[in-house]
Design a binder for this molecule. Structure first.
Ligand SMILES: Nc1ncnc2c1ncn2[C@@H]1O[C@H](COP(=O)(O)OP(=O)(O)OP(=O)(O)O)[C@@H](O)[C@H]1O
Length: 657
């Protein structure tokens, strides 16, 4: 039964996106066909799988295919499939709104995009699938019926604010998208999409590998022998007639089953776009074939651009699983560790059941073996890119480094490989990142540890008091500024036999004892003991006075300019780590740290003298709290009671002006 035609409005952000399409400045308008064929192919995959899993579903899957129909007179192009189809609710949810995760992100980015060129970049990042039809069509009609349902849905829009939707009784199962084409305008990259040769070219270029036949009616001229002609009459000329035949335009060859030298870069790129729903180019293509106990083929891609949802909980998956060319699922998490979630592609395993479920996959020995091998292969490929294509490596690291570093925490087996392909900011260069091997090659003679500091910004880390002695002595320090760095760095003891050491924890000894004689060493020790003794009263008094926050006070060897700094025990949490834990809702007991004093700083020297003269005077107690507060602020941490600190400071300044 038909329902009345209902007119609805697009969501605001959908309208904005459509507006971008209708008035598109995106030059590759041809790609609408790839998007529609890709959707149709997905719909056929889904139907085949559903029919296999649900024996009660009454559908004919004997001739699943895609048809392209051209009408040169009416200037329409129709892309039809007999796949899974959509219910009315599906149409409203999937086509009428931007229902996918990331909508908020897209909306924000569209609002931020200053000009149309910037918006076009967003197309590459988000992929806009079905809406790309409005680049080439004035009006788009979608007629669809879901497998197993009796009624269909017709949706129609000009892409300008509203669409109409109605229930129709007579839609064939599957989906047809009918495009009423804009006039041809080659200057605007709008070609004649009713032309046989154009469609042929586009299918070949974008969709040749699609596993389902893409059929189109084509006209052929045939010679016809004149009627009544026989062998004796050779004067009669043969005439010609036009016949219409249906041709399959694509080769349907699974790209992953072909050897790398048989496939062009362009074909790989199009396949990558099909599996990733991306519009960018792959940075690297990895083709892999395993024979023997577990037979499988894999075709993997490292993208050149991170998807917007790389760090979102609900993100689009990466690896499609096939079993002997039959599509099984499009997000097979079991085949790739979480930290390599940006890798896209296909794995076609020979020995799995078509009925395989997620639960089975999680237990499956073969899947685990494939995952191990794929992980190693991706990491070794990144390592190759790092050594042979530094610019590509820089892109890769900028896009995916944060995700890769999660592996340092979660993937013990590949930790060394991951450390080797990782890069970090360092005091060695204001911009260029460094690898650990390079750091080690620059280590000073006598330096046995790899030094690092963690913090929220490069500036805060570089200006932290902990850095002073390292700067003065020209010792390189890695600047680890990602929240994920806090997580892994404490769990990795060393690289290449060199311990990783936080400059904000434990005691540091930067004095190079190697060149000293025994006598010189003894002399230095005696000097230190004497200084400790001279400041013993002050350090003990500060520990008691600041008891709430400080567990020990000692003289520092890491300060040159600041009066004091705070350090943790070697295995304690850093303040940033505590903040992360607290932000994630964990309850941590308040932690106390060690206050280190710079015995050469005038403030510390004056405080020591004042202590000797005034004892427990309240003004000295205030100075102690100010000293502690300054140390907290200088390392970039937050004061627990900033108002109290500000008041102490104001009172003190009032006495000096
Ligand atoms: N031919 C079709 N048959 C069945 N469902 C379809 C068809 N075309 C689109 N859909 C449904 O509509 C959804 C939205 O399609 P759309 O092309 O906008 O985005 P997408 O394919 O999910 O992703 P992308 O935007 O990255 O291409 C699809 O995910 C699918 O569920």
């Amino acid at each position: 039964m038909s329902t009345p035609v209902e007119e609805r409005e697009f969501q605001a952000e959908t309208r904005q996106l459509l507006d971008l399409m209708v008035h598109s400045v995106y030059s590759n308008k041809d790609s609408f066909l790839r998007e529609l064929v890709s959707n149709a192919s997905d719909a056929l995959d889904k139907l085949r799988l559903q029919a296999f899993q649900d024996k009660d579903l009454e559908v004919d899957t004997s001739d699943l295919h895609i048809t392209i129909e051209r009408d040169t007179e009416a200037r329409t192009l129709t892309i039809r499939d007999n796949g899974i189809g959509m219910s009315r609710d599906d149409v409203v949810g999937l086509i009428g709104t931007l229902a996918r995760s990331g909508t908020a992100e897209l909306r924000k980015k569209l609002a931020d995009a200053q000009d149309s060129a910037a918006s076009v970049d967003l197309i590459g990042q988000f992929g806009i699938g079905f809406y790309s039809t409005f680049m080439v069509a004035d009006t788009v009609t979608l007629l669809t019926r879901k497998a197993g349902e009796s009624e269909g849905t017709r949706w129609r829009s000009t892409g300008e604010g509203t669409y109409t939707i109605e229930t129709v009784p007579d839609a064939p199962q599957g989906t047809s998208v009918i495009l009423e084409l804009k006039p041809t305008d080659t200057d605007d990259h709008l070609y004649d999409y009713t032309s046989e040769s154009k469609i042929r070219e586009l299918v070949k270029r974008y969709s040749d590998f699609i596993a389902w036949p893409i059929r189109m009616d084509v006209e052929r001229t045939e010679k016809v022998e004149p009627e009544g002609s026989d062998d004796t009459d050779d004067t009669a000329e043969p005439t010609e007639r036009t016949v219409v035949t249906t041709e399959t335009l694509n080769s349907m060859k699974a790209l992953w089953a072909r050897s790398k030298d048989e496939v062009t870069d362009e074909e790989y790129t199009e396949f990558y776009r099909h599996v990733s729903h991306g519009w960018d180019e792959p940075l690297e293509t990895i083709s892999l074939k395993a024979e023997g106990t577990f037979e499988y083929q894999a075709l993997l891609f490292i993208p050149s651009q991170a998807p917007f949802d790389l760090f979102m909980r609900e993100r689009a998956g990466g690896i499609h699983l096939y079993v002997k060319r039959v599509f099984i699922m499009d997000d097979c998490e079991e085949l790739m560790p979480e930290y390599l979630r940006f890798v896209k592609g296909v794995v076609d395993a020979a020995d799995l059941s078509l009925n395989v479920s997620r639960e089975i996959l999680q237990q499956d020995r073969q899947i685990r073996a494939i995952r191990r091998r794929l992980t190693k292969k991706v990491l070794s490929t990144i390592s190759d890119i790092k050594s042979s294509r530094p610019d590509d490596y820089d892109t890769l690291w900028a896009e995916f480094g944060r995700a890769l570093k999660e592996g340092l925490l979660s993937d013990q087996d590949n930790r060394d490989a991951l450390l080797k392909i990782s890069s970090f900011a360092s005091t060695n260069d204001p911009e260029k990142l460094t690898g650990l091997e390079d750091y080690v090659s620059r280590m000073k003679s006598g330096q046995s540890e790899i030094y690092y500091i963690t913090g929220e910004t490069r500036q805060a880390m570089e200006n932290s008091p902990h850095m002073e002695a390292f700067r003065a002595k020209g010792i390189e320090v890695l600047l680890l500024g990602d929240p994920v760095d806090e997580m892994w760095v404490g769990s990795i003891p060393e690289f290449d036999g060199k311990p990783l050491r936080s400059i904000a924890k434990g005691e540091v000894d930067l004095d190079d004892d190697a060149g000293k004689s025994e006598d010189e060493k003894k002399e230095a020790e005696a000097e230190k003991a004497e200084r400790d003794k001279a400041f013993a009263d002050l350090t003990a008094w500060l520990t008691t006075t600041l008891d709430e926050n400080v567990k020990e006070t000692r003289l520092s060897t890491r300060l040159t300019d600041s009066p004091a700094c705070l350090v943790g025990d070697t295995f304690s949490f850093s303040p940033q780590m505590e903040k992360l834990y607290r932000a994630s809702g964990q309850i941590l007991p308040p932690s106390k740290r060690i206050l280190e004093l710079n015995p050469d700083h005038p403030l510390v020297v004056a405080l020591q003298q004042a202590r000797a003269e005034k004892g427990d005077d309240q003004s000295l107690v205030d100075t102690a709290h100010l000293l502690y507060g300054m140390a907290v602020i200088a390392e970039g941490s937050e004061l627990t009671d900033p108002a109290k600190f500000a008041k102490l400071l104001a009172d003190r300044l009032a006495q000096t002006v």
